[in-house]
Ligand binder design. Structure first.
Ligand code: CP
Ligand code: NVA
Length: 307
């Protein structure tokens, strides 16, 4: 049966851990200059209904390095933009492609695509979650800290798609997660509720950023204004102003805290230049790892679980 990657919640801990093992191997090969092309002759379709720098480039380069090919499909330049159904699009694309990655607004759109497609479907971000991002973020944490076990991650900012994937990851992998979000911008109750019910670790939300940052091993943040929320900019900037990741906030954390941001960053808003460019920042290593982790996803979905 074909396997999709729609959310971290849908994966098991074993599946996630094996992606980390595979990503490490793939990265090692890449760094040594070893050609590794298990996806020779395979094609990935990449459908984008929202902008992207990292997701687009890392998937496209990843396919190329694995011996395959990627096609960029801007939603509104396809017949989807003129009303062709998701189901018919999924059935058609399945006849040409070996895998499809999609960035769109609603999670339901991705689920519908996956239902009709006979090829694997990868979530490249929805309003609900961003699984590829947080999988590669945890991979980065393992590189820097040796493990995710026993760590405390603090997420400061909007209870958005990134927050939801952090919650799913903490649930599946069992690390502690404290989110600091303004009262009106808490994570989705369903996502948080199921995690708190099923988790073996502490997953909690506060409205106090320094409480979240206290003794944290990792501090992560994201934009205050996600794609599609541009008209709320002025109001959001006010509401989130106490939720900035700055040097003062870092003093509450462990001395060797690492700072993460999925990017794109809005310097001077959710994070200061000083922190972004400072000694604790691992933000660009984090960005690089999108490539390696997603190559592991592509090989796993198109080739099967064994390396
Ligand atoms: N972090 C991330 O997904 O970046 P892009 O929006 O540039 O793809
Ligand atoms: N929350 C952000 C993440 C960007 C990668 C957004 O959805 O715009």
């Amino acid at each position: 049966m074909k396997k999709d990657l729609l959310s971290i919640y849908n994966l098991s801990r074993e599946e996630i851990d094996s992606l980390f093992v595979r990503a490490k191997e793939i990265k090692k090969k890449q760094k040594k200059g070893i050609i590794y092309q298990p996806l020779l002759g395979k094609t990935l379709g990449m459908v984008f209904e929202k902008p992207s720098t990292r997701t687009r480039v890392s998937f496209e380069v990843g396919m190329y390095q694995l011996g395959g090919h990627a096609i960029y499909l801007r939603w509104r330049d396809t017949q989807l933009g003129r009303g062709e159904t998701i189901g018919d699009t999924a059935r058609t694309l399945s006849r040409y492609l070996n895998c499809v990655m999609i960035r769109t607004f609603s999670q339901e759109t991705i689920e519908e695509l996956a239902r009709y497609a006979t090829i694997p479907v990868i979530n490249g971000l929805t309003d609900s979650c961003h699984p590829c991002q947080i999988l590669s973020d945890v991979f980065t944490i393992i590189e820097k800290k040796g493990t995710y076990q026993g760590l405390k991650v603090a997420y400061i900012g909007d209870g958005n798609n990134i927050a939801h994937s952090w919650i799913d990851a903490a649930l599946r992998l069992g690390f502690d997660l404290t989110l600091a979000c303004p009262a009106a911008h808490q994570p989705d109750r369903k996502v948080l509720g199921r995690a708190q019910q099923e988790a073996t670790s502490r997953i909690e939300v506060t409205s106090d950023p320094s409480l979240a940052a206290k003794d944290a091993d990792v501090i992560s943040t994201d934009t205050w204004v996600s794609m599609g929320q541009e008209t709320e900019y002025r109001q959001r900037i006010k509401v989130f102003k106490e939720f900035q990741v700055n040097t003062h906030l870092l003093t509450a954390a462990k001395k060797d805290v690492v700072v993460m941001h999925c990017l794109p960053a809005h310097r001077g808003e959710e994070i200061t230049d000083e922190v972004m460019d400072g000694a604790h920042s691992i933000i660009f290593d984090q960005a690089e790892n999108r490539l390696h982790l997603q190559k592991a996803i592509l090989v796993t979905l198109m080739e099967g679980p064994e390396l």
